[in-house]
Design a protein. Sequence first.
Lengths: 118, 154, 91
Amino acid sequence: MNQSIPFNVPFLAVAALIGIALYIIIFKRNLIKVVMGIGILASGVNLFLITLGYREGGIIPIYTHAPAGEMVLPVPQALTLTSIVIGVSVMALMLSMIVHTYRHTGTLDSEESRQMKG
Amino acid sequence: MRMSKIVRTMSSILILLVFTFGLYVIMHGHMTPGGGFPGGAIMASGIALLVAAFGSSAIQKTLKERYLAILKSSGLLIFIGLAFAGIGTTFFYNVLVGSPIFGHIPLSGSNPGDVWTGGSSTLMNIAVGIIVSAGLSAIVLVMALASGGMEVEE
Amino acid sequence: MRNTAAAISLGVFIAFLVAAAFLIHPFGYPPSEMDDYIIEYSQIESGANSAVDAVVFDYRGYDTLGEATILFTAVTGVVMLFRRKSAGIIR
C-alpha cells in the first residue's frame, strides 16, 4: 500500500498536543494558564477522534450531490460534535469560577489563594 | 465610552443577515453539513455582536435573562417530548418516517436533496437549535454585565 | 522533591504516548465493519440524506440527550454565580 502521508504523522501531532497540555497543567501557577492548558487538552482529544476514522481517498458521508467513491466513517464525527459542545460549556463554568475567586481573595495565584491551611 | 455611529448603524443591519444564515444552517441539517449545534452557535454570535456594539446595559433592558431561561427550558421539554413519542417500540424511535409530516424517503445513492425527508430528527434539530442559541446568549449577556457596567449611556 | 517526581512521571507518560502513536493501525485504513452497515442502510431506516445527522439523532440519540443536559446545567451554573444583591432577586 502506498500512503500519501508517511508513518502516522497525525497521531504524533496528537501525542505532542497532549504532552504540552499536561506540562502546562502540572507546572504553571497562574489560574488562567491552567484553564488554557485544559482547552488545549480538549483540542488534542477531538483531533484524535477525527483522525481515527479516515479512509484513503474518501468523500464526506452525505448523499446530496455526492461524487463517486468510498465514504469516511460517520460515527467518530458524531462523537466529536458532542465533545466540542461539552468542552465549551465546561470552560465557561471554569472561567466564571475564576472571576468569583478573584473577587473574594484578590489574587490569581493558585498557591496564595488557598483558604484551607493545615 | 460609546461606539461610533457607523458601528451602531451597520450592526443593526448585519444582525438580520446573521440570523437568517443561522436559521438556514439549522433547517437544512438533514441535507448539508451542520445541524442544530453549529446553527445555534451562529445565532448566539449575532447576539454577541449586538452586545459589543450597543453596550450590555442597553441590551439588558429589552432582553432580560428571565425570557432566555424560559426559552431554554421549553426547548429541552420539546426535545424530551419528541423522544417519548415513539415509546411503543423503543425510546428515541423514529415514528414519522412514512407519515405525512417530514416523511418522504430519499432515493438511494447520490440525489439532489429533498426538504421533506428526515422524520423526527428534523424536529429535534429545531429543538436543539433553540436550546443552544438561548443558552450561549445567556452566558454572553451575563458575563458582559458582570465585568462591565461602566458603559453608561451619556 | 515534588517537582522531580512530577517531571519523571510526565516523561514516562509522554514516552508511552509516542510509542502508541507508532504502534496503532496505519493512517487511512481503519479496521471497522459497523460503519459499513450504517452507510448502506441509513437512508432507508432513518430517512435523512446525511449519515452524520442520522447517527447523532437516531442511532445514538441517548448521547445527544446527555449532552443537552450538560449544556443546560453549565448555563444554569454560570447565571447563578453572577447574581446581584440589589436587583431584588430575594423575594
